[in-house]
Write a protein that binds this ligand. Structure first.
Ligand code: NI
Length: 184
């Protein structure tokens, strides 16, 4: 197990457009293992390679292993992912990011997307996703283009976790009662 430091907002690598993957070798597979280890340690459900300082078009997503959750336990590795189709219908939902620790915000995303990507051996595949999983893919692909959710979040919606907790108490809700906050 090898975890790597997750870069935080302000680091210029997070603002770069990442490079296309052209070599599908053992080093790439090891990088993916490090990404899963780093993501698990940070309790995230997704991670993009630039978040650990590697400017390559590579993302991993792992849904919580929880039966109340859509796609429980599903694990995705995507090289060179592209959104090839996005629904006109959008949904606004809460997001957090392992590179913006301590904050959450509301982001409008396509409700459904189709992603074309390559696996670790360079074989192409397509995935249709909706709701929470579609949101995770869109958030991660943004990272590959140097975009952090705080830049596209609804105005004034980015708040600290303490503020979120306070709001939830005032409304008499438990945090994450509907959906866990996505940390990616
Ligand atoms: Ni993120």
């Amino acid at each position: 197990m090898a975890t790597r430091e997750i870069l935080q907002i302000g680091n210029p690598i997070l603002r770069q457009r990442s490079h296309k993957i052209t070599r599908f070798d053992d080093a790439l597979s090891r990088l993916v293992e490090d990404m899963f280890d780093s993501m698990h340690e940070a309790n995230g459900i997704g991670l993009a390679a630039p978040q650990i300082g590697i400017s390559k078009r590579l993302i991993v997503v792992e849904m919580p292993d929880d039966k109340d959750h859509p796609h429980p336990g599903e694990r995705w590795v995507m090289c060179n992912p592209e959104i090839v189709r996005a629904s006109r219908e959008t949904v606004v939902g809460q997001e957090g990011c392992l590179s913006v620790v301590g904050y959450v915000g509301m982001v409008e995303r396509a409700e459904k997307v189709t992603i074309a990507a390559e696996d670790l051996r360079g074989r192409e595949f397509r995935v249709k996703a909706e709701d929470y999983l579609a949101r995770a893919f869109q958030h991660e692909i943004d990272h590959l283009n140097g975009v952090l959710y705080v830049e596209i979040a609804e105005e004034g919606s980015v708040i600290t976790l303490e503020e979120l907790e306070k709001q939830a108490q005032e409304e008499g809700n438990e945090i994450g009662a509907e959906e866990p906050t996505m940390l990616t």
